[in-house]
Design a binder for this molecule. Sequence first.
Ligand code: DHE
Length: 720
Amino acid sequence: MRHHVTLLLGLLLALIIAGCTPAAKPAPSDSGVLPAGRVGSVPAPRSNLDTAVNARPVAPVQAPAQAPAQAAAPQEAAASGAQVLAAGFSKGGCAACHIIPGVAGAVGTIGPDLSTMGETAAAALADSAYTGSATDVAGYIHEAIVEPDAFLSAGCPGGACPAGLMPATLADALSDAELEAMVAYLADLPGNAGEAPAEVAVPEAVAPALTDAELAEASQIFFDRCAGCHGTLRKGATGPALTPDVTLPKGTLALSSIIFNGTPRGMPDWGKQGVLTQAQTETMAKFLQNEPPPPPEMSLAQMLDTWKVVVPLDERPVAPQTTRDWEDYFAVTLRDAGQVAIIDGDTYEVVNTVNTGYAVHISRMSATGRYAYVIGRDGRASLIDLWMEKPDVVAEAKVCYDARSIDGSKYDGPEGDFSDKYAIVGCYWPPAFVMLDGLTLEPFKIVSTRSYTYDTEEFHPEPRVAAIVASHNKPEWIVNVKESGQVWLVNYTDPLAPTIKMLEAERFLHDGGWDASKRYFLVAANNANKIAVVDSVEGKMAALVDTPKIPHPGRGANWVDPEFGPVWTTSHLGEGSLVAIGTDPEGRPDAAWRVVRNIELPGAGSLFVKTHPNSDWIWVDFGLNPDEKIQRTVCVIAKANPTKTEKCWEIADYGRAVHFEYNKEGTEVWVSVWGRADVPDQVGEIVVYNDKTLEEVARIPNLVTPTGKFNVYNTVNDIY
Ligand code: DHE
């Protein structure tokens, strides 16, 4: 927790003031909470802060030398001390990570709550688990700031603080006077917590300048790593807003620390993972304190400039050119290679590795299954013909700068046969969806999703398109508009004049899938901890179901619970929990649209679940859990006894276990080992399990960062 102490910076101000006549406040030692024998070395009362300018102690850590107790401060001197404190908090960005009573804006939940710092320090010193070298409260707090990893507090939100969370360089930004003022203030908590702070003028933070090279690098990193959660305009979604009003008060140090170390709420530890260097995290911290550069728009003409038909329709095969069972192919995302591997589900052979968009995200199959639609994060859509002897790209078009979703048209019924006729891409930026020809990917219609939030009816400049599914019941796509919290039912019968019904759901819509009947679509509103249920037949919302923190279903998993009947399942990013929601309002109205089971998992950070109608199991991963071992663990829950995990195991000794897919027969499960493209021998692989026995039957090696896997038959038929 010490780390955290540092953060406090912010705080300060307050103290100062007013009434706070320094002399009136007892020193922490007077509170009687310090261990015997240490009382004499507690820091001076706040009245002396402005004079506490002694040099920092060196090991063994001791309390800073006490300023003369008799230096009863005059009023201006007290104000000056407050400013010293304020400057310290501001430079350290403490408020970004800690709760510190009396410090404006110090409501951070990344490090420990410092509300009772003096008492907490005394308790830690008295505990045999203490590993630092301080001997008193002030020394403890001083050490926590100057040498934060000397002792790791157990008091971070969600558990023990990891090493490196509190930046070791934080103290370098502080003057001796600032450091000592902060130590004294914190040592006095909670004693001084009840005082009403007065505002102290802190110099207005100014956004740090970036060179052109830094700006270019930061913009690229933001697009690659940050925009998905925080938004291109940085208005926040899955992650918090990162506009200058939020970032400037935190300052470069605190921001770079968060970027390097991550947070318990799910921000990845980009520095620790080796994805960003220390210098890059600092560049990003500076970048975030400036206004976001205005992102470009994209016209249909620009899209058409990128459109390529590699193999015209009349040159494509009229029947499958392969003797393989192409309906049992898997399209496997090779994320960091920007490729999709087409792998034979019978033989595990890589039939072809196809170049697609940058950091390719998902594949979906056309209604007939003959084509795979693939979308890259860079908005490049690719059409792969699976009938070719060596499946390959036959058409492509870049229709956004940033995208995550794609699908085809699947309706075949009284209103027409739309199989393989159209495709749709959901863009993050520009915020829009784009309709394309299903067989050539020629883009022909853009519909902006800039609109008003469903609840407050405020204009939002960046409502991004998250999951899209093609309805089996109507010639419609179900388009989830993340930031406005709306589900749009887009009828494509007359695609140049589409009709759109806007349903009010919840923020922020992300990923989801069908129930077993394919009438109801269930989608996570992850920021609201809810699952929104859409009735695709009636064209209306069926329910909003409360869940634990941050549901992340992928497409979810459907099974029949022995007690509650048909259910759909999601796991969660924010809690170690898998819930089952009843999905049969006619047969089991008692269970419909409520959480009927909440099964404890070994950790949070789960991304995906999966099952198959033929399976006895529900599979679950933990790809974003901060613990390396849990990251590579998968668990199964028995459908016959869905009260607990039946078995959990690590599937590799590196990487993260992520995403499941069944083969066409539903007898084998494929799991990705998501490795590192830059670490030879650990780039990634797929592990294949026998779904009956849970025994490993094969490894498909040397795949570069495999993540999502989409079996042709199961994806066409929405089997999960
Ligand atoms: Fe995904 C689905 C968005 C990060 C792997 N991801 C989706 C969908 C959305 C989405 C909107 C639903 C598409 C649909 O059904 O039409 N994903 C985002 C993000 O915004 C986010 C959080 C951050 C980002 O910058 O992209 C993000 N996603 C990831 C990853 O880091 C994952 C684990 C690895 C990767 O490849 O980048 C990842 N997302 C996936 C996968 C699916 C997915 C495998 C499809 C699951 C399925 O079974 O359908």
